[in-house]
Design a protein around this ligand. Structure first.
Ligand code: PBG
Length: 331
C-alpha cells in the first residue's frame, strides 16, 4: 500500500477568497500611510499642469485650502509643499528662501488657518530659490559649500517653522544640518516642530519631473553627485541615517522609493525610528507612462508599488498618487 500522495501544506488554501486573503495579510496599506506632495505657484486662481507629471498641477495659494480639505476628507494626514519660485526671485544665494512672506510661508499660513488638522511638511533646501538650481550656495568652481549652506538652511527652517510648518524636512544632504536645525528649533521656540531627515537621498535620475515642477531643471548646472548619495552604496546609507538620528531627526527618509527597497529594509531593521520613503516624480511618471501605453493597469500598479514600500518597512510614503491611492483604498 502506498501512502496517499498530497502536499503536506497547501498555501493556496488561504488565497482562495478575498475574506481569507484579508485575514492573513501581513501588510496593511491605508490612507493614513500617505503624505501628499503639492506644488505651489504664484498668482491668483491658477492651476498649471506639469507636462512630465500627467495629472499633477501647481496651484496658487488661494487654491490650496481645497486641496487640504480633500486630504482631510480622504484621511491623508499630511501635505508636503514645494514652491515654484518666480525666476526674478532666484539668486546665487537663494535669499528668497528666508523671506517670511515667500510663496511657501504664505502657503503654510493659509493651510494652517483653513485646515489646521492636516500636517504640513516643508522642504529645507535652496534649489527652488537658487539661480543655478543647486540645493546650496556654490563657490567659484561650482562646489556646493557645506557649512555656509547649512547656516542658511537653519534660517530657512526657522522661517518655515515660524510660519507654522509642523515638520521640516531637510532634503539638501549637507553634513551636520540636522543637528544645526534641531538646536535652532529648540532655542528658537519651536521645540515641537518635527524633523524628517532626507537621510539616504540618492543622486537619482528619477527627479526630472520634480525639477520641471519647481522650475529648476533648465537652470541646474552640472549634477548633485557631490552631495547626494551614489546609488552604488548602502552601508553609507546606514551611516547617514545613524548621524541624522544622533543629530535629532524624528523620522528618516529613503529616496527614491521602489529602486531602493533594500535600503528601506536595512534601515528599518537597524534603527528604531519611523522610516519614510519618497516615491519620487520619476516613479510616478513611469507608472503613468506604463498605464498610458497599456503596458499595465494604473490602479493596481499604484497600489502594488505602495504596498511594496510599506512591506519593505515604511511607516509612510510621500507619493503624488496620494489622493488617487486614498480613494482606491477607501472605496
Ligand atoms: C530638492 C528636492 C528634490 C526632490 C525633493 N526635494 C529634487 C532634487 O534633489 O533635485 C525630488 C522629488 C521628486 O523627484 O519627486 N532638494
Amino acid at each position: 500500500m502506498s501512502a496517499p500522495s498530497f502536499p503536506s501544506s497547501r498555501l493556496r488554501r488561504t488565497r482562495i477568497s478575498a475574506w481569507s486573503r484579508a485575514l492573513v495579510a501581513e501588510t496593511n496599506l491605508a490612507p493614513t500611510d500617505l503624505i501628499w506632495p503639492i506644488f505651489v505657484t504664484s498668482g491668483k486662481d491658477v492651476e498649471e499642469p506639469i507636462a512630465s507629471l500627467p495629472g499633477v498641477s501647481r496651484w496658487s495659494v488661494d487654491r490650496l485650502a481645497a486641496k487640504a480639505r480633500e486630504a482631510r476628507d480622504l484621511g491623508i494626514p499630511c501635505i508636503a509643499l514645494f514652491p515654484n519660485t518666480p525666476s526674478d526671485l532666484r539668486s546665487a544665494d537663494g535669499r528668497e528662501a528666508l523671506n517670511p512672506d515667500n510663496l511657501i510661508c504664505r502657503a503654510i499660513r493659509t493651510l494652517k488657518d483653513a485646515v489646521p488638522e492636516v500636517g504640513i511638511l516643508t522642504d529645507v533646501a535652496l534649489d527652488p530659490y537658487t539661480a543655478d538650481g543647486h540645493d546650496g550656495i556654490t563657490d567659484a568652481d561650482g562646489y556646493v559649500l557645506n557649512d555656509e549652506t547649512s547656516s542658511i538652511l537653519v534660517e530657512q527652517a526657522l522661517v518655515q517653522a515660524g510660519a507654522g510648518a509642523d515638520i521640516v524636512a531637510p532634503s539638501d544632504m549637507m553634513d551636520g544640518r540636522v543637528g544645526a536645525i534641531r538646536r535652532a528649533l529648540e532655542t528658537g521656540g519651536h521645540v515641537n516642530v518635527q524633523i524628517m531627515a532626507y537621510a539616504a537621498k540618492y543622486a537619482s535620475a528619477f527627479y526630472g519631473p520634480f525639477r520641471d515642477a519647481v522650475g529648476s531643471r533648465g537652470l541646474l548646472k552640472g549634477d548633485k553627485k557631490s552631495y547626494q548619495m551614489d546609488p552604488a552604496n548602502s552601508v553609507e546609507a546606514l551611516r547617514e541615517v545613524a548621524l541624522d538620528i544622533a543629530e535629532g531627526a524624528d523620522h528618516v527618509m529613503v529616496k527614491p522609493g521602489l529602486p531602493y527597497l533594500d535600503i528601506i529594509r536595512r534601515v528599518k531593521e537597524r534603527f528604531d525610528i519611523p522610516v519614510f520613503a519618497y516615491q519620487v516624480s520619476g516613479e510616478y511618471a513611469m507608472i503613468e507612462a506604463a498605464a498610458a501605453i497599456g503596458a499595465g493597469e494604473r490602479d493596481p500598479l499604484i497600489l502594488e508599488t505602495l504596498m511594496a514600500l510599506k512591506r519593505a518597512g515604511c511607516a509612510g510614503i510621500l507619493t503624488y498618487h496620494a489622493p488617487v491611492a486614498a480613494r482606491l483604498l477607501t472605496r
